[in-house]
Design a protein around this ligand. Structure first.
Ligand SMILES: Cc1cc2nc3c(=O)[nH]c(=O)nc-3n(C[C@H](O)[C@H](O)[C@H](O)COP(=O)(O)OP(=O)(O)OC[C@H]3O[C@@H](n4cnc5c(N)ncnc54)[C@H](O)[C@@H]3O)c2cc1C
Length: 484
């Protein structure tokens, strides 16, 4: 069925943070925008810890005040070693003096719903439970045909001047064009769920994101963060070879639900998660994401662009994905507007500029991620309390690591990239250690925040009711999860 003869300026696939940000900016500029979202919101999603550098976006989008009443604040990041004997806390207040020194941990169900409603409020149309089935980008007149299906399987045809693929890990266009490439060295799988009854200690009571280095064989990490007053999100990332070995051991024992058994086993083996989750229970289905770390050769063309996870996905250790996607969407919307209003030439310059910065940001994060996994490189948990005070000389290096953890990816990627190279040099690294060891604040999991400042504004009724026990033990598999 043809929906109508209407030609939209933009059709967007997916209403995650990237899609809804693009939709809001474009609708505000006066374009007709239609977003198709396969699921019905609110829906569960991974990616809950946000970076201070998102603040200008939240303010421009007009959602900041709402966020303050909905989400837990995040004053910084604490890195821990596997045995729970060494840690270092990086507080955003060391480099940021305004309110963005407190970032957010969000329930993605609520966050994505809020952003979708905001896009609608700003003039975009959104159709939920509507899946994009196919697109044709090769019409002679450069218009784009889109075919969707609803939940009953009814097909509808649509038309637009431009297609934005913000389909996330579904990678709608990249999969169909064969342009998707894996980062083989980052081949890992993530398992994530929420727990109730966990201990709010070690900085969790003041909102610190906790990142635990897993030992060499597992080559991964645990990420633990409070997303409510009694709701801890606990994500595990491990390399696929290790999972394969463990799968065999568990299934040989006759365990059918081996993924859940594996996740619980890892929680037990890691000193920090074992301690804080000793009396806690799982309250949400286990989400498994195994289509991990990829990039697309050519993420844009005359009548289409791939934004956010639809084009590129990097290991989420530095909680970068939402900001990378949302800021790319804003930069793209502004650049395409120049193309439409000022002509091809000016538009091409603007788009090149936007994509240069987007690529620079992703490449910087990729380098930071690779350093995290390099056992010979610097370890962010390595800041024992007994060292001398030498840091003054290395204030710049100290600040740069904080800026990276806060999300300063788009403007200074060249500078930071050089800095990361420098830290890979063993001599320079020793100087960094001297610096980081001597910072007393690195060893104190507080960031000067208290419970009320972090949790006080959250309206309790906004935290979704926990599903029943049966529901909580279901699995949600994404990507190649079945084979993990
Ligand atoms: C374990 C894990 C932990 C993470 N932690 C963090 C974190 O702490 N902080 C952070 O910033 N990032 C994190 N990320 C990354 C983050 O989840 C993503 O980068 C972010 O969600 C990308 O947003 P997006 O809008 O591009 O895609 P998504 O949020 O995935 O949205 C895509 C949307 O498109 C819809 N869609 C897909 N196909 C179709 C179709 N054919 N038709 C219609 N709709 C479709 C989907 O239903 C979905 O709603 C994490 C990722 C993982 C795997």
């Amino acid at each position: 069925m043809k929906a109508s003869e209407k030609v939209y300026d933009f059709i967007i696939i997916g209403c995650g943070p990237t899609g809804s940000t693009a939709a809001t900016y474009l609708a505000r500029l006066g374009y007709s925008v239609m977003v198709f979202e396969r699921t019905k919101f609110p829906r569960q999603h991974e990616g809950e810890s946000l970076l201070p550098f998102c603040y200008p976006l939240f303010k421009e989008l007009g959602v900041y005040d709402e966020m303050k009443t909905k989400f837990v604040k995040k004053p910084g990041v604490r890195f821990l070693n596997y045995t729970d004997t060494q840690s270092a806390t990086y507080c955003f207040q060391n480099i940021i003096t305004d309110e963005s020194k407190l970032s957010f941990h969000v329930l993605r169900s609520e966050f994505d719903l809020m952003l979708m409603n905001n896009a609608i409020k700003n003039g975009a149309a959104v159709m939920q439970e509507t899946k994009v089935e196919s697109v044709n980008l090769k019409r002679e007149d450069k218009l784009v045909d889109v075919v969707t299906t609803d939940t009953e399987g009814n097909k509808t045809e649509w038309c637009a001047r431009f297609l934005i693929d913000a389909s996330g890990q579904d990678t709608f266009l990249a999969k169909r064009s064969g342009a998707k490439n894996a980062y083989k060295e980052l081949d890992r799988t993530a398992f994530l769920t929420h727990w109730e009854g966990g201990e709010y200690t070690d900085g969790l009571q003041v909102g610190l994101l906790q990142l635990v280095y897993l030992n060499d064989k597992k080559s991964g990490w645990f990420g633990v963060q409070p997303v409510g007053k009694d709701r801890l999100s606990v994500g595990l990332v491990v390399n696929r070879q290790y999972i394969k070995e463990q799968k065999k051991i568990l299934t040989d024992k006759g365990i059918k639900d081996w993924q859940m058994a594996f996740y619980k086993q890892e929680v037990e083996e890691c000193a920090f998660t074992r301690r804080i989750l000793a009396n806690a229970q799982i309250i949400q289905p286990l989400l498994i994401v195994s289509d991990y770390s990829y990039y697309t050769e050519k993420p844009w063309g005359d009548n289409y662009a791939l934004l956010g996870d639809a084009g590129k996905f990097l290991d989420p250790i530095f909680a970068s994905g939402v900001y990378l996607g949302m800021n790319s969407a804003k930069m793209f919307a502004e650049a395409i507007h120049v193309k439409i209003t000022e002509g091809e030439e000016a538009g091409a310059v603007q788009l090149e500029h936007a994509y240069k910065h987007i690529n620079g940001a992703y490449e910087l994060v990729e380098k930071f991620v690779n350093i995290f996994y390099d056992p010979n490189s610097f370890n962010l948990a390595d800041a024992p309390p007994d060292a001398e005070s030498k840091y003054k000389n290395y204030e710049t290096a100290f600040s740069l690591v904080h800026y990276l953890l806060a999300g300063d990816f788009f403007n200074n990627y060249d500078k930071y990239s050089g800095f990361l190279d420098m830290l890979r040099n063993p001599d320079q690294f020793q100087r960094w250690r001297a610096l980081s060891r001597s910072r007393p604040s690195l060893n104190t999991p507080t960031c000067d925040s208290d419970f009320n400042e972090i949790f006080g504004d959250i309206l309790d009724e906004l935290v979704p009711a926990a599903p029943g026990k049966e529901e909580a033990h279901k699995l949600v598999l994404k990507g190649k999860g079945q084979e993990a």
